[in-house]
Design a protein around this ligand. Structure first.
Ligand code: SF4
Ligand code: SF4
Length: 241
């Protein structure tokens, strides 16, 4: 396995003209991050709960107690993505981060000392994908820019940070109540919104009216708050070195 950094190059082109068009969307093993879900549920104009029920398989990591959410294939035997059509991806502008990053896979880690994120990439070479034979040369940086994945990475790194804290500070699977809160705040954003406003959870947070209004109307800001809330309820009483 070769690790690549942002200035390294690879060859790849993908379009409707490639002979393998859509093949990558017919062999699904697609993990979804909280921000992937937010984008898709907006795209489909669904509540987060309905999106999760209709389009995902939800499991819990046996060792960690953390949610593992994957896209549910249209036909489980053929593993076809529910969003692929004969003319391509029907949710293209809001496709998940791993679809955007492909044929690369991003591996990020966060320094405990400096909190800085380090990222590396792996070039996936799968037999069904003929894109590397089509030849345009990219730097990794240019690909990330072209696929508009930078903001996805920023949001996904917030999840990475919480998972890192969980692994460092809490051994074994999360307790049921923490699991429920984690799932709600990060994956089921509409239920989270109702919960925090109906239960007056933010009353102790000293937020001004403008911020509260933003949280009511901007799901990206709400999701960022969801990450802070989870940090707060899971780790604030635990010693962090
Ligand atoms: S979301 Fe779109 S790009 Fe991703 S697997 Fe499904 S159809 Fe393909
Ligand atoms: S080149 Fe690869 S990414 Fe593009 S359609 Fe073919 S299999 Fe999918």
């Amino acid at each position: 396995m070769t690790f690549l950094s942002l200035n390294d190059t690879f060859s790849f082109s993908c379009s409707k003209k490639v002979p393998c068009f859509n093949e990558c969307c017919r062999d699904l093993n697609q993990f979804l991050t909280p921000y992937d879900i937010l984008r898709l549920k907006h795209r489909l104009d669904l509540s987060s709960r309905l999106f999760l029920e209709r389009y995902t398989t939800q499991q819990t990591g046996p060792e960690t107690g953390l949610p593992i959410i994957t896209l549910k294939p249209d036909n489980p035997h053929k593993l076809k993505c529910p969003f692929v059509t004969s003319s391509g991806c029907s949710v293209y502008e809001d496709r998940p981060s791993s679809c955007r990053t492909y044929p690369l896979m991003r591996i990020a880690s966060r320094s405990r000392e400096t909190s800085k994120i380090t990222e590396q990439y792996i070039l996936l070479k799968e037999p069904h994908c003929l894109g590397s034979e089509q030849g345009r040369t990219w730097t990794i940086r240019k690909w990330i820019e072209d696929q508009e994945v930078t903001f996805y990475n920023v949001m996904n790194d917030m999840l990475l940070e919480i998972i890192g804290l969980k692994n460092r500070l809490i051994s074994g699977p999360l307790h049921f109540k923490s699991r429920f809160a984690f799932h709600m705040a990060l994956y089921d954003i509409d239920t989270f919104k109702s919960h925090i406003f109906e239960q007056h959870i933010l009353d102790t947070w000293d937020l001004d009216e403008k911020t509260l209004n933003t949280l009511k109307n901007d799901d990206v800001e709400l999701l960022k708050l969801g990450h802070r809330w989870i940090r707060n309820i899971l780790f604030d009483n635990l010693e962090q070195d």
